[in-house]
Design a protein around this ligand. Structure first.
Ligand SMILES: [Zn+2]
Length: 425
């Protein structure tokens, strides 16, 4: 059942407890495939054909394969997001309550709050260090169960199973990091993990993560159980799909293949690293420096917004639109919503379905129940910003936004195949 794509996806998920780690993992894979890093502060107006990537903030990643100038006539873009809902430390997180040392957290995105209770949690993110040449960002990862958000005993909450669990975000989610007086200061812990003296730690951007590693599951290993499948599974598919266009394979391309992995989708995409920023339009413009040629290229371009999709839930089948119930391992899902919560148009849906047919990959369709509010993706945002027709797609999954999600182990290879075909132009 396992294939190389799934094996590498599990490694990618396990190595990426935060968006910063995910970008680092993507960057490593791209470099191994022959992609070269570009600096946005350099001149790009005479970029020779080749494969390049940019990461402007450490939490987003844009990679592209540039053919010879005369072939830079349109863009084939795959978009995805690097962030996942989770719990993140506040700037001054440390406090003591009832003899426990605790850390104050903020809720990032649409977290299924209950899923973070009673788990063995580590701490990861990036730390600002005073370095030899100014301020440096350093990735850190504390890989042991130092934290836990303990649930209230049923004896003190007798109605929880019948009336449901209500969690106050300020009062009920602060993890315990030990008993008061027992734990080192957070700055000391961070300094130790980063391997620097305490006085060199200038700041931090840290989040909690579940220590349980990603795993194949189900009787026949047909499932994947992991944190952050939404949306690192699609980041992985995008990176895998553009990798063959590193210098050796690039000659086959008749278009500029682009992948854009953005941060902050789960909180609305409005940030310098998010899909609503000028980052992608600015980069695309620099790849076709002649202004008229750039507008011509945009007019002939397309975009695939890849974000995980809902599979039908066997215990809650009535929550799904009766004729749009995607199944795990049933292949990529095309998502449509007339309110434009998804950017798909009939034409872009047909384009993607044709790619699937050419690759002998089954395709499924998703529409939300009309009486439920629909989620969204980066698709409508980038298609508005760029004026480029977009299709919203994703692999089917359950438990979306839980600390531990679930998807199929056959779907990753299918999506990767279709995106690879798409990026070949
Ligand atoms: Zn998502």
């Amino acid at each position: 059942m396992t294939d190389d794509v799934v094996t590498d996806l599990l490694a990618f998920l396990g190595a990426s407890p935060t968006p910063f780690h995910a970008v680092d993992q993507g960057r490593r894979r791209l470099e191994a495939a022959g992609f070269r890093r570009l600096d946005e502060t350099d001149r790009w107006d005479r970029l020779p054909p080749g494969a390049y990537y940019v990461t402007s903030s450490g939490s987003n990643l844009v990679a592209f394969a540039l053919p010879a100038p005369e072939h830079r006539t349109r863009f084939c873009i795959v978009g995805a997001h690097t962030d996942s809902p989770n719990l993140r430390l506040k700037p001054n997180p440390e406090y003591v309550a009832e003899g426990y040392a605790q850390l104050g957290v903020e809720v990032y995105g649409g977290v299924l709050l209950n899923s973070w209770l009673d788990r063995d949690l580590g701490l990861a993110g990036r730390v600002l260090i005073k370095g030899e040449r100014g301020i440096e960002n350093r990735l850190v990862r504390l890989d042991r169960p130092v934290l836990r958000v303990p649930q209230l005993a049923i004896h003190l909450d007798r109605e929880v199973n019948d009336k449901g669990l209500i969690l106050n975000r300020q009062d009920h989610l602060a993890p315990v990091i030990g008993l008061a007086g027992g734990a080192a200061s957070l700055t000391q812990i961070i300094a130790d993990v980063a391997g620097v003296a305490v006085d060199r730690v200038l700041g931090h951007e840290l989040m909690l993560f579940d220590l349980l590693p990603p795993a194949l599951g189900g009787w026949a290993n047909e499932l994947i159980f992991s944190a952050r499948l939404d949306n690192l599974a699609m980041c992985h598919a995008a990176v895998s799909a553009i990798s063959p266009l590193g210098p050796l394979g690039r000659a086959a391309s008749e278009a500029i293949a682009v992948i854009a992995l953005f941060d902050h989708e789960e909180v609305g995409s409005a940030s310098a690293a998010g899909a609503a920023s000028a980052v992608l339009p600015r980069i695309l413009e620099r790849l076709v420096p002649d202004r008229e040629a750039f507008h011509q290229a945009c007019a002939g371009s397309s975009c695939v917004s890849a974000d995980m999709s809902h599979a039908v839930h066997p215990n809650y089948a009535s929550r799904h639109e009766p004729r749009h119930k995607p199944h795990i391992n049933g292949g990529p899902v095309i998502k449509t919503n007339v309110q434009q919560r998804y950017a798909t148009t009939p034409a872009t849906a047909a384009m993607f379905a044709e790619l699937c047919r050419e690759e002998d990959v089954p395709v499924q369709h998703y529409a939300h129940r009309t009486d439920l509010a629909c989620g969204s993706t980066i698709g409508p945002i980038t298609s508005t910003l760029l004026g480029i027709p977009t299709v919203d797609v994703g692999n089917p999954m359950l438990s979306m936004h839980s600390a531990r999600e679930m998807a199929g182990s056959r779907d990753p290879a299918l999506m990767t195949r279709v995106l690879t075909r798409y990026l070949r132009g």
